[in-house]
Design a binder for this molecule. Structure first.
Ligand SMILES: Cc1cc2nc3c(=O)[nH]c(=O)nc-3n(C[C@H](O)[C@H](O)[C@H](O)COP(=O)(O)OP(=O)(O)OC[C@H]3O[C@@H](n4cnc5c(N)ncnc54)[C@H](O)[C@@H]3O)c2cc1C
Length: 418
């Protein structure tokens, strides 16, 4: 195998594949290498629907060999170190691989040590605790086995993928509890570190209506610190922004050692998330371990020929595939400029991200926003969907369940713009 590439991409996830495909489409002769050890590529956004029993998990999974663009070289290996000074990376089995330009796109990883007890709670088959991020099928089993009591939905204080996903699961689970006839015997709570249900104004208004309709209790300023898997208690430190909504739901809490505990009968959380270790250990990382890049050009702040893409990048916006869709063309443009000996002058990434918030079986609201948390509906999507996407609508649900997976596999993964 050639051990030098004009463009080397770490990670064949949403970002890596989209980027390789767009580069290959534009410049079929470019020497593009893509390193990833995984056998399968997943369409993760549908895991929320899998967790609510309305999507087949197998349809979210495709063999990596079928997804890697044919004109790129797949190096089935794991990067263990980035040596940006010498324009090379170290791999587990293929030794050193060098590059002219590098794109770092290995996503994020989970560190359960940050919330002691959580892993044990997830691993207990009767623990009624889980996550669509790690095992969506188990979440659906637990929802079906829920016989009433407290259903607690929460999230860690670290950045997570698709920040809205923990509440999407909650809205659908609440509807499932109703169908199963256990909603009257249950209390549904969302406990988060944040101070609002969603940071984008018109979306917040829509979601508060949903929360009220479903009589869900919100607990703000709740920082998840540990879980007691035996007693089934989630323990929180309270932040300065502590607050509550729909307190009439009447969930009792326990005060102990300066922490507040919520006893649950069902628990869902996103796992504590961090950058992969080889990124944390590299000089490309910021203090928190995420890959430091210019937030508009996505170029590393330390090396001109290195770019950060997707979940691994330290960008002050939501970590989503939708964000990646807007990041890729900026990187393609900048990387080609760098290879031509020019400067990376494309500063067009404005923090666009989006979050399709399913609010019931058959209903959804689409949050689209930028670095300023301003609601900015994508004109193309607006044309396709015709109406205001900041309000719940069945057509948006159809878009999430059917159109988006189709566009992902058949357009985005093939480097076509949508
Ligand atoms: C439950 C859930 C719901 C979501 N909902 C939505 C949604 O509705 N809309 C939306 O737009 N986004 C959503 N997302 C987020 C979206 O899936 C991610 O933001 C996106 O997949 C990130 O792409 P990425 O390329 O950065 O990382 P990934 O797609 O995670 O890919 C990373 C790749 O890097 C590889 N890798 C890791 N370490 C190494 C290494 N050392 N060497 C080489 N390769 C490595 C991995 O094997 C993997 O293939 C959701 C995610 C989840 C989990």
């Amino acid at each position: 195998m050639d051990n030098h590439f004009s463009i080397l991409i770490i990670g064949a996830g949403t970002g890596g594949i989209m980027l390789a495909a767009q580069l290959n489409n534009k410049h079929p002769n470019l020497n593009v290498g893509i390193i990833d050890p995984a056998d399968f590529h997943y369409y993760q956004p549908a895991w929320t629907l899998v967790g609510a029993g309305t999507y087949d998990y197998e349809k979210t999974k495709r063999p990596m060999k079928d997804i890697i663009p044919k004109k790129s070289t797949w190096i089935k290996d794991k990067v263990t170190k980035i040596d940006a000074k010498n324009n090379q990376v170290e791999t587990s089995s293929n030794g050193l691989i060098s590059y002219d330009s590098l794109v770092v796109a290995p996503g994020l990883t989970y560190n359960f040590d940050l919330v002691p007890g959580l892993k044990q709670a997830f691993e207990d088959p009767n623990g009624m605790a889980g996550s669509v991020y790690t095992d969506a099928k188990k979440v659906w089993k637990d929802i079906q086995n829920f016989k009433g009591g407290v259903a607690l939905f929460t999230q860690p204080t670290t950045p997570i993928k698709c920040g809205g996903a923990p509440q999407k699961v909650m809205y659908l689970a609440e509807a499932a509890f109703k169908k199963q006839g256990v909603r009257d015997k249950s209390k549904v709570i969302l406990a988060t570190n944040g101070g609002v249900i969603f940071g984008v104004q018109p979306i917040k208004e829509t979601l508060m209506k949903v929360v009220n309709r479903k009589n869900i209790q919100l607990k703000f300023g709740h920082q998840l610190v540990k879980v007691d898997p035996q007693e089934k208690i989630a323990w929180y430190k309270l932040g300065d922004n502590v607050g509550a909504h729909n307190e009439g739901v009447g969930v009792e809490t326990i005060d102990k050692d300066g922490l507040v505990g919520i006893k649950y009968d069902f628990l869902h959380t996103a796992p504590p998330s961090v950058a992969p270790k080889f990124v944390q250990d590299s000089e490309l990382a910021n203090e928190a371990g995420w890959l430091e890049v210019d937030k508009n050009s996505l170029q590393s702040t330390k090396y001109d020929n290195v770019f950060g893409l997707g979940d691994v990048a330290a960008l002050p916006t939501a970590k989503t595939g939708a964000a990646i869709r807007k990041q890729v063309p900026v990187i393609v443009d900048n990387i080609l400029k760098i290879l031509n000996g020019e400067k990376a002058t494309n500063n067009n990434y404005n923090g666009y991200s989006s979050c399709p918030l399913v609010t019931d079986y058959g209903k959804m609201v689409l949050a689209e926003f930028d670095y300023n948390n301003k609601f900015i509906p994508d004109p193309k999507l607006k044309r396709m969907l015709v109406f205001n996407s900041d309000k719940e609508h069945w057509r948006l649900w159809m878009f999430k369940k059917y159109a988006l997976p189709y566009l992902y596999w058949n357009k985005m993964m093939k480097g076509q713009d949508i």
